[in-house]
Ligand binder design. Structure first.
Ligand code: GTP
Ligand code: MG
Length: 350
């Protein structure tokens, strides 16, 4: 879709209509708004800001793991399980490189078809290309849209490779790492630090040999990790700690799924009762601001460098040039901090 499809004149009105539709629970409006977010079309940020007022902080679950581990199949069964528990579900599959379980590929859009008749499941895939503000920012915005739409649970599937995807998955309330039998070495290599952020492990394809050995390896790794944590932090609040759970599953046969859901629910309850949920969400908020700020700074940086391009040949050294280019930003930041300090002093004295 190109921007020419929505003329600038009625853009505001159209986006406002979409926001209204999303809040009224219209699937088509949600679908169209997500397309706007994906394409980074003009003013979509205004729509996201409007939705933000109506987002309640829906529970999010990140599902990650190596290619072909069975994430999509597993997510499909998790959706079944949550639906049976009376919850509505949104699914975002980030950069799917293989067809969704039982799905058909339509361009780069892979549809979930196991419950095509169920209006309470909304599935959307997102590819890694074409996001002006970055894939992570676009994913956060889509989460927000599904939240405002009123979904009870949002599941985000990513292949756990690359910084971008780790960034996305670690923004979830609970992170489920899908491992497969014999993947012990891979898992131990701990690519991209995914191991540390997993709250629940699913050893999927447990119909293959070696599932229980892999589950044991993981459990042992968790124990060692927790012992090290405790030594390092000299913790006394042992009872308040979450010990990552390890479940074995056969996603294709829907085995172990209820146990996996129980483990995810237990983790969520832990987050709520320990106060960690608020901490995680505050961290996520900060991370989102960070992502948007980085996008803006990057844009300014590129323009500044281009404007000063001819000076790259000058005698000036890179440090000096960088400092000079950053000077206006530095001044603005220092003024901002000064003003904040002053208004805090004012508040304190009044
Ligand atoms: N034997 C066995 N095969 C499974 C199981 N779960 C999934 N599979 C198969 O593994 C293959 C990959 O499944 P997907 O669900 O597409 O895996 P994925 O992790 O989403 O793959 P990517 O999104 O490409 O990374 C499919 O052929 C599934 O049928 C399982 O529990 N046991
Ligand atoms: Mg998949």
């Amino acid at each position: 879709m190109t921007t020419s499809e929505y003329p600038a004149g009625d853009l505001d009105g159209e986006l406002a209509g979409l926001v209204e539709g999303v809040l009224a629970g219209e699937q088509l409006a949600l679908s169209r708004l997500i397309t706007r977010i994906e394409n980074g079309s003009p003013d979509y940020q205004e729509a996201v800001k409007a939705l933000y007022q109506h987002a309640n902080g829906t529970r999010t679950i990140g599902v990650t793991g190596q290619p072909g581990a069975g994430k999509s199949t597993l997510v499909d069964k998790l959706v079944d399980g949550f639906r049976e528990r009376g919850l509505t579900v949104g699914v975002i599959a980030v950069d799917p490189s293989s067809p969704y379980s039982g799905g058909s590929v339509l361009g780069d859009r892979v549809r979930q078809v196991s419950r095509p008749e169920d209006p309470d499941v909304f599935f959307r895939s997102m590819s890694a290309r074409g996001h002006s503000g970055g894939l992570a920012a676009a994913t956060f915005d889509v989460i927000r849209a599904m939240d405002a739409f009123g979904k009870d649970i949002i599941i985000v599937e990513t292949v756990g490779a690359g910084q971008n995807e780790v960034e996305i998955v670690r923004a979830a309330d609970s992170v489920c790492l899908v491992a497969i039998p014999g993947a012990g070495d891979d898992v131990q290599a701990n690519k991209a630090g995914i191991l540390e952020i997993a709250d629940v492990f699913a050893v999927n394809k447990a119909d293959l040999d070696g599932a229980s050995a892999t589950a044991q390896e993981l459990a042992q790794m968790i124990r060692i990790g927790q012992d090290l944590d405790r030594e390092g932090a000299d913790r006394t609040d042992e009872a308040a700690e979450w010990v990552p759970r390890v479940e074995t599953t056969v996603a294709t046969r829907r085995e172990g799924i209820d146990e996996l859901i129980d483990a995810l629910n237990a983790h969520y309850e832990h987050l709520e009762s320990s106060g960690e949920l608020e901490e995680r969400r505050a961290a996520r908020f900060e991370q989102e601001v960070d992502v948007h700020l980085a996008t803006e700074v990057e844009e300014l940086r590129t323009r500044l460098l281009a404007a000063h391009g001819e000076r790259l040949d000058d005698e000036v050294d890179p440090y000096t040039l960088a400092s000079e280019l950053a000077l206006p930003l530095r001044r603005a930041v220092e003024t901002e901090i000064d003003e904040n300090d002053r208004s805090e002093v004012d508040r304190g004295s009044s």
